[in-house]
Design a protein around this ligand. Structure first.
Ligand code: NAD
Length: 452
């Protein structure tokens, strides 16, 4: 099948790549000529394990072509996938980019005689596909729905694991305007052996928000438990989670082996969630349900707990440091999670802002975030970007661990002792063994560690 994917960000490029691997002819539509040229040379625009290797092979064989010619690509395609950003502005979903490309897609559909299906992959609040996207498509194409198809097909890829997730998804949710639309989209995925859930458009939209909000809720709940642990003498929340995780319902025994499902990664305490999805999607959903006159106290609590996690890290710092002003603080990890260079809404950024506001000198390290270019988010922060962990720790008064990269998990107490002015470590992800570090002479503080 010929497919046009509009948007060459994380979702657009990964979707285009995986569909090309399934032997579809894919056109990835972007706006920036430089980026388009880079993609056509097989260059991924962001760090995602495995993506660049595959992209190189596909572009060499012309199975994936990046272009800025939306009109021609859409006219030639049997399916048009919309994967542009839907950010949250002042807590409300901003549909301006998706509306704009929908107008362009509608105009391109106008003179096409064949049946084509338009697929919304961007995350949008319930009702958007039917009440916003459909009228625009009908207006600009001068066609009626039925002459073209419409689906809402939420994306569940996880950054850092995106290629694998796109090729072998746990499920495919197809919100269909009508059966013909759904069947046309399902044919696109016929080589993937994952279960397909067919729904109406608005259910598919809510599935996506529910999936993200559930995971965000687990994280904020775990962080609330950490606060309770911090307030009671002698408790380490890591022990609490070990005791909880071994519940057979959370980690069952299958064939004599204890299974540790991925969900357990979300039932752990840390310095908060970030990234391009959880923060914006929880806020957009809370705002949306409010406009319906529906209360969402849990969702609001989830957001509020998460917003205050960076301040909790500062609290751990000031519990052992009278003044932050003039102190040299090392921050390990900038991306919102390991295996990605995505800094969007990373708790590290809020933490750094708080440290700078209090007058600290901040030296950061991240294995990926500024490897090729320094992202805008970092340029504005006024921090020093270290090339190595040692450089970040050199002469530091304290070190704050924010992202659980594997390279940090391997650090031993000696690197902190040998390089820092005072070996004061705040473990925002609880990746270190407290006993080992304390015995080695490190002043060790962590999220969920009793302060009494
Ligand atoms: P992104 O910011 O990485 O990419 C968005 C892309 O859309 C950019 O390349 C931008 O240039 C492009 N774009 C915007 N307006 C355009 C236009 N007029 N013409 C052509 N291109 C245009 O965003 P993303 O992370 O890929 O997310 C896209 C959507 O997928 C969002 O709705 C997001 O919520 C959802 N989503 C993201 C993830 C994720 O992990 N990143 C996972 C699931 C769903």
């Amino acid at each position: 099948m010929k497919i046009a994917v509009v948007g060459t960000g994380y979702v657009g490029l990964v979707t285009g790549t995986s569909l090309a691997m399934l032997e579809h002819e894919v056109f990835c539509i972007g706006r920036d000529k430089e980026k388009i040229n880079a993609i056509n040379k097989g260059k991924a625009l962001f760090y995602e394990p495995g993506l660049e290797n595959i992209l190189k092979k596909l572009t060499k064989k012309n199975l994936l072509i990046a272009t800025d010619n939306l009109s021609e690509s859409v006219q030639n395609a049997q399916a048009v996938i919309i994967a542009v950003g839907t950010p949250t502005v002042e807590n409300k979903i901003d549909l301006s980019a998706i509306k704009k490309v929908t107008e362009q897609i509608g105009s391109a559909l106008k003179n096409v005689k064949r049946y084509q299906v338009v697929v919304v992959k961007s995350t949008v609040v319930p009702g958007t596909t039917e009440k916003v996207i459909l009228p625009i498509l009908e207006k600009y194409s001068e066609k009626k729905i039925g002459e073209f198809g419409l689906c809402m097909n939420p994306e569940f890829l996880r950054e850092g694991n995106a290629v694998e997730d796109a090729l072998r998804p746990d499920r495919i949710v197809i919100g269909q305007y009508d059966v013909k639309s759904g069947k046309t989209l399902a044919a696109l995925y016929s080589k993937i052996k994952s279960p397909i859930v067919f729904t109406n458009l608005q259910t598919a939209e809510l599935v996506k928000y529910t999936a993200n909000s559930l995971l965000a809720t687990l994280i904020s709940f775990s962080n609330e438990i950490a606060r309770i642990a911090e307030g009671i003498q002698g408790i380490d929340v890591s022990d609490v989670w070990r005791g909880v995780h071994l519940d057979f319902r959370l980690s069952p025994i299958v064939g004599n082996r204890r299974i540790h499902p991925g969900i357990l990664h979300y039932i752990l305490s840390g310095c908060g969630y970030g990234g391009s999805c959880f923060p914006k999607d929880t806020k957009a959903l809370a705002h949306f349900v409010n406009t319906l006159g529906i209360e969402s106290p849990i969702l609001r609590g989830v957001i509020s707990t998460n917003n205050s996690q960076p301040q909790r890290m500062i609290g751990l710092l000031t519990s052992c440091m009278e003044h932050i002003a003039g102190k040299r603080i090392a921050v390990l990890g900038l991306s919102f999670k390991p295996n990605t260079d995505d800094l969007r809404d990373s708790p590290a950024l809020t933490l750094i802002e708080l440290l700078k506001k209090d007058g600290a000198t901040v030296i950061c390290h991240d294995p990926m975030a500024y490897k090729e270019t320094v992202p805008l988010e970092l340029k504005g922060l006024g921090v020093v970007l270290a090339e190595t962990v040692q450089e970040a720790l050199h002469d530091a008064d304290a070190c704050m661990l924010v992202t659980a990269w594997d390279v940090y998990k391997k650090l031993t107490p000696s690197i902190f002792k040998d390089n820092m002015k005072t070996p004061f470590l705040i473990d925002g992800r609880r990746i270190y063994n407290k006993k080992t570090f304390v015995t080695a002479g490190i002043l060790y503080k962590g999220i969920g560690l009793s302060s009494i």
